[in-house]
Ligand binder design. Structure first.
Ligand SMILES: O=C(O)c1ccccc1N[C@@H]1O[C@H](COP(=O)(O)O)[C@@H](O)[C@H]1O
Length: 209
């Protein structure tokens, strides 16, 4: 299973988290987030991380030109679209970034809302489900209803479960639902952007790594 640790701001923490077992690291490219990092900060982190680790930039409601510029300058291997990007936007981004993994995040408002993921199938590589929050785009610590999700969500694409996952609740979540990957941010940090390496280690211990 893929394990993505997101919202990293300190380059040396990237290296430590990769060594603990993360398969993907996430960098927040949304300027309003307390976890926002510049291209220079992403470059510094990526310079330390082994090649086999996925390096994902998280964007929301920005332009294709801005995403493309950031990917090309920083060396990101994937992008996570966490805003209201349409299937048409994803199709255009695919044309601009053909070698890069495109992950479309859906902030789930309702079970009916889940059905919109079908429209992205031809244009993205991976889906991600996060909890909806009226004021914040992500990193909220809010969880989804895993049991209901298990009954209603059966996508044809691989997908990440996100939203309020922690070392304490991860096994409960995975007992109820079987995503292809998990994504954690606020559940493994001291404060926004400052990861708690003890919590990350506990996560991988719980996962049996
Ligand atoms: O973390 C942020 O600050 C953020 C800002 C804007 C868009 C997405 C963001 N984070 C994403 O939120 C989810 C879940 O986070 P959490 O585990 O509930 O804290 C995760 O996919 C992050 O990539």
């Amino acid at each position: 299973m893929r394990v993505k640790i997101c919202g990293i701001t300190q380059p040396e923490q990237s290296l430590a988290i990769a060594a603990l077992g993360a398969t993907a690291l996430g960098f927040i490219c949304v300027p309003t987030s307390p976890r926002y990092v510049t291209i220079a900060q992403i470059q510094a982190a990526i310079g330390l991380i082994p090649e086999n680790i996925d390096k994902i930039g998280v964007f929301a409601n920005t332009t294709i030109a801005e995403i493309t510029r950031t990917v090309q300058k920083s060396g990101l291997t994937g992008v996570q679209l966490h805003g209201d990007e349409t299937p048409e936007f994803c199709q255009q981004l695919r044309q601009s970034l053909s070698q890069v993994e495109i992950i479309k995040a859906l902030r789930v408002r309702s079970l009916e809302h889940l059905q919109t993921t079908i429209h992205y199938t031809d244009y993205v590589d991976t889906l991600l489900l996060d909890a909806y929050h009226p004021q914040q785009l992500g990193g909220t610590g809010q969880t989804l209803d895993w049991h209901q999700l298990n009954q209603q969500f059966n996508p044809s694409l691989p997908w990440f479960l996100a939203g309020g996952l922690t070392p304490d609740n991860i096994l409960t979540a995975l007992s109820q639902i079987k995503p292809n990957g998990i994504d954690l941010s606020s559940g493994v940090e001291h404060s926004p952007g400052n990861k708690d390496l003890d919590k990350v280690a506990l996560l991988f211990q719980k996962l049996g790594n």
